[in-house]
Design a binder for this molecule. Sequence first.
Ligand code: UDP
Length: 371
Amino acid sequence: MKQYDYLIAGAGVFGAIFAHEMSKRGKKCLVIDRRGHTGGNTYCKNIEGINVHIYGAHIFHTNDERIWNYVNSLTAFNRYTNSPLAMYKGKLYNLPFNMNTFQQLWGVITPEEAKRKIEEQISEVAIKKPGNLEEQALSLVGTDIYNYFIKEYTEKQWGRKATELPPEIIRRIPIRFTYDNNYFNDKYQGIPIGGYNRLTDALLKNVEVKLGIDYITNRSVLNELAEKIIYTGTLDELFDFRLGNLEYRSLRFDHQLKETPNYQGNAVINYTEKNIPFTRIIEHKHFEFGQQKHTVITKEYPLEYSPQNGAEPYYPINDHKNDLMHSRYRNLALDTGNLILGGRLADFKYYDMHQVIASALKAVQKEVESL
Ligand code: UDP
């Protein structure tokens, strides 16, 4: 008999849900994380009373009532609705692409006029089966929207030509012919009242957690502690990069405290042109309708990732080469028997939080059935 049933490497959303659910079922869990805090990239640092999303803004949204009820049973959510703006050559436009955007761009008033304009542009480029992000975008929204809002933003965000990126990335963004600036189509949306750490704390309330412990460098000792290991980190690192390096895109965050109550009037403004080196400015207080006398903003600068340069692996680059390498690594992991993988890093998927939660609950169910 080992000391723990489960050792969970990674205190992010996947690890915290798994630990919470298995502890509820009487299993002994130990959660470790190499960072000095829990919550993974949802972790917020309180700066002068403002919850600052120090690893990038997280906005919870889902269509799944079960997931929405699940998170709300842990902590209450507010009614924040994401309505980002795009700045292009000194002018602001509404996002996602909707009647407000079309009106600002072309002066059109009716949905019929807007549709005609877009369809004209789509038929000019005449793309049958989009094979990359550029073709996907052009065939969905036409040339103007692509050139103002997508091409340059995407190329600086990913550090690659839009023609070399997978089309799926852009399918996240809705296009609609109503005057509706809600960025998400999902039924439910919000931010935990009091910040994301409330959600993580509720999940880990009755779970043993040890911080500042790196699974990779201590694995021979740690593996002896538990019957099964839940691993939520990158798979190339887990296997000492023996099949090659998986590619990710990273970001550098420049957080600034400003002595003004309202810096930009919105939580998110994207800077879509290429000669501005950051992709967006986040003003964190607006996620929680903060009334402080000051504010905190964050500029996001895209950054190349390498396991050695100290950057964090935020976005998986899901092209064919990487997906193939990842599935080879996964087969190695499956051979290991007592290992369960999950989360954005280990699954190498561009997951949103609600998708991570769904996959963690599925992993729990599978584990429970196997017992
Ligand atoms: N995107 C874009 N222009 C924008 C916002 C997004 O071209 O103003 C593209 C870009 O390729 C980006 C993708 O859409 O990587 C997904 O954007 P989203 O804001 O959903 O991504 P996040 O970084 O928040 O995960």
